[in-house]
Design a protein around this ligand. Structure first.
Ligand code: HEC
Ligand code: HEC
Ligand code: HEC
Ligand code: HEC
Ligand code: HEC
Ligand code: HEC
Ligand code: HEC
Ligand code: HEC
Length: 489
């Protein structure tokens, strides 16, 4: 299923490669060489070097060993080392630094996390990566220099303060404590230096073989495991941890950030959806929805509600989970292609047909649930308050200023729990954005549970937008509202 990408070698590396790799030669031209100037990558790498290092020359890997024994010993065991990718390939020439060690004369820190370091040889992977959303940043999440947001939204912050310490044997608790102690002035250096949400060294350990192999037993130096069906780290109603300990390369960021779906949790967080963008990990594993649980962390179901008979669809067991569908042939755009992502289980035609059927069903189901909540708001309302536009079911932060409603905690506290569960599940489905593909079973369960709850107040007879396009437009508008509400948290 995997395909090795071609490698581009540059003059700057001055490395001796064996076999076919040599054929690529200086200046590119090998069959796998993408149309990118080797010189320009080399020039960009040279530009990263701090000024005292610009005149330095190579001294060889053994020169680093007396002072950096740990990194040298572990790096020597890698495939990189076998093909002469050594310390200076990534940190630049070391003569000046080895003669007079200092932090100012070697490529390090934020600059070492730049994808240009890897682009010297992996230019095709980097080119794909640059097309991905991961190569972009969510400005609102990093502009405040909040360590909480930067854990997932700033590649240099995460790589240097979360992933590297973990790779050096620190525990999540130690990582958390160290992050809390970072001075404000240091935190402020990350936003201007952050050009990616997550980049190469955020997912790949540059110094060692790791224990996290792919399902094909490939050693790709992965920081975390690619697959996990272990639900114990985030049961329904789990409280948010500062640093998530989910050992899953995608799940460590694409999770619901601890948004509490218990009835108690839904009663307190009423200004915006409790779940963060991208709860796909939880959704795939069948948790994170409002199931009528009345005790935080417990499993006591409220009257009229039951646990799902089954939480997951067949997709929880797709080898490598997210990676198989979002990185077909190890492609680093992180986008799905129905012909390659879904093989060998579905043909492209079968996958497209199934996706269309499921997404139509779930999107229409969401539109109907939304219409029922709007009918409740317009005809029943909280504490007798009705709003003719049907918006009073919403989180207070999602209600436009033009709508005159008593946006007080008292009013939110009068919204019945059945509405709160339904709106939580509506937004969870919306933020997952696969509309049933990730986990049809759980999507269906949450819609059913929500509808049963609403039966107490409103009839099931509703009208939804008349076309598929109109349904999608309504969902897209609500998705924008959710994003805006998280941008200002
Ligand atoms: C004589 C000992 C010595 C040698 C040889 C040496 N280093 Fe260092 N290196 C140090 C010391 C000491 C520091 C920390 C300097 C400080 O904190 O001021 C350091 C820092 C670094 C850092 C930055 C670490 C950080 O915390 O960001 C990198 C990267 C590095 N060295 C790479 C190399 C490489 C690559 C080589 C071989 C070309 C090398 N060093 C050779 C002693 C050495
Ligand atoms: C494939 C590229 C690559 C190679 C090869 C490499 N490094 Fe690094 N190194 C990085 C990156 C990227 C970082 C920053 C992220 C991190 O700390 O893991 C880094 C960080 C460091 C640091 C800072 C603290 C730490 O250990 O994380 C030191 C010291 C260091 N490298 C030394 C070395 C030495 C010595 C070698 C050779 C044995 C080496 N590196 C080989 C890419 C590389
Ligand atoms: C100087 C060239 C060079 C640099 C710089 C470099 N690599 Fe590599 N990398 C290679 C070569 C050569 C291989 C081995 C390919 C093979 O085995 O066919 C490789 C293999 C890998 C592999 C294993 C995949 C495989 O094909 O077995 C990963 C993952 C990887 N590199 C990631 C990185 C990352 C991340 C960086 C930057 C931090 C980086 N590399 C920097 C040349 C480089
Ligand atoms: C646990 C990891 C994590 C943390 C912590 C986190 N986010 Fe996010 N955030 C994500 C992921 C993953 C996405 C993208 C999900 C997707 O595209 O499906 C995202 C998306 C967003 C978006 C919408 C993206 C867009 O295109 O506009 C906003 C806004 C946002 N985050 C703000 C924040 C803020 C503000 C904080 C800090 C208070 C924060 N995030 C903390 C993981 C996190
Ligand atoms: C969000 C996490 C993530 C990021 C960011 C990322 N990778 Fe990967 N990478 C992976 C995973 C997961 C695999 C294994 C894919 C598979 O099993 O098919 C992989 C595989 C690879 C491979 C081996 C397969 C191949 O194509 O030869 C290389 C090399 C590689 N990555 C380099 C890079 C480089 C260079 C960057 C930066 C541009 C990067 N990666 C960014 C997660 C990531
Ligand atoms: C360090 C945190 C982090 C990790 C690890 C991570 N992501 Fe992301 N991901 C994000 C953020 C943040 C965004 C949103 C970026 C933006 O909107 O600019 C995102 C966006 C995406 C998107 C695009 C969503 C859109 O809006 O179109 C996909 C798909 C995706 N990630 C899949 C994955 C997969 C698959 C993995 C594992 C191989 C993974 N991510 C690992 C943080 C992460
Ligand atoms: C069975 C295949 C499959 C698996 C497994 C899978 N996804 Fe998806 N994912 C999809 C499909 C299909 C879509 C909808 C894409 C579309 O409609 O264009 C999607 C949508 C998304 C989106 C919304 C962005 C977009 O491209 O529309 C994100 C983000 C995402 N998935 C992340 C993940 C993460 C993280 C995991 C692992 C926890 C994961 N996915 C597991 C197939 C999968
Ligand atoms: C590792 C195998 C595997 C992969 C890869 C895979 N699927 Fe599936 N998928 C299954 C199985 C097994 C079923 C259940 C079959 C049945 O019930 O007929 C299924 C069912 C589905 C369903 C029905 C609803 C559900 O979730 O059970 C849809 C829709 C679907 N797949 C879409 C996709 C798409 C789109 C992709 C690629 C992006 C994909 N699948 C990738 C194995 C896979």
């Amino acid at each position: 299923m995997l395909k090795k990408s071609g490698l581009m070698l540059t003059c700057a590396g001055a490395l001796v490669f064996v076999g076919v790799l040599v054929a690529a030669g200086c200046g590119g031209g090998g069959p796998n060489t993408p149309p990118v100037s080797a010189l320009s990558t080399a020039a960009q790498f040279a530009a990263l070097l701090p000024s005292p290092q610009k005149a330095a020359t190579k001294v060889g890997a053994t020169a680093c060993k007396p002072c950096h024994a740990t990194d040298c010993t572990s790096q020597a065991l890698t495939r990189h080392s076998q093909v002469s990718v050594d310390c200076e390939s990534c940190h630049g020439p070391g003569s000046v630094h080895a003669a007079k060690p200092a932090l100012t004369n070697i490529l390090r820190g934020i600059d070492s996390t730049n994808p240009i370091v890897c682009a010297q040889c992996h230019s095709d992977v980097v080119n794909d990566f640059k097309k991905s959303m991961h190569a972009q940043v969510v400005t609102s999440a990093i502009s405040s220099s909040s360590a909480t947001c930067m854990r997932c939204h700033s590649d240099p912050f995460r790589t240097l303060n979360v992933e590297s310490p973990l790779a050096h044997g620190q525990t999540p608790a130690q990582v958390d404590a160290a992050i809390v102690a970072i001075p404000a002035a240091t935190l402020q250096t990350y936003p201007p230096a952050t050009h990616a949400s997550v980049a190469c060294a955020g997912c790949h350990d540059p110094h060692q073989n790791t224990a996290n192999l792919t399902s094909d037993k490939e050693q790709f130096y992965l920081r975390a495991a690619t697959s996990s069906t272990d639900l114990s780290s985030d049961p329904p109603a789990a409280t948010p941890a500062q640093y998530t300990t989910i050992n899953h390369i995608c799940g460590s960021c694409h999770n619901n950030r601890g948004g509490d779906p218990s009835d108690q949790g839904l009663g307190t967080g009423t200004s915006r959806p409790a779940v963060h963008e991208g709860p796909e990990y939880n959704f795939l594993n069948g948790n994170g929805g409002a199931e009528g649980i009345t005790t935080t962390g417990g499993s006591i179901y409220a009257s009229g509600t039951t646990a799902p008979a089954q939480r997951t669809s067949a997709h929880v067991a797709v080898p490598d989970q997210c990676v198989t569908c979002h990185m077909p042939n190890s492609r680093h755009t992180f986008t799905v292609s129905l012909d390659t992502s879904c093989a060998p289980c579905h043909t492209a035609t079968d996958a497209a047909a199934r996706e269309n059927t499921i997404q139509t069903q779930i999107q229409n189901g969401m539109a109907a649930l939304r219409a029922r909540m709007a009918n409740w708001a317009a005809t029943v309302g909280a504490g007798g308050f009705k709003d003719s536009t049907g918006i009073a079911w919403e989180y207070s932060g999602n209600i436009p200023a033009t709508v005159v409603v008593p946006k007080t905690p008292t009013w939110q506290s009068q919204i019945p729990i059945e509405i709160k569960r339904a709106r939580h599940n509506y937004y969870l489905l919306l933020l997952d954005r696969s509309y049933g593909v990730h986990n049809f079973v759980y999507a269906q369960y949450l819609l059913n549970q929500s509808n049963v709850g609403l039966d107490k107040y409103v009839s099931r007879s509703v009208s939804i937008p008349s076309s598929r396009a109109a349904v999608k437009a309504q969902l897209a508008a609500d998705y924008e509202k959710a994003k805006m509400s998280h941008a200002t948290e």
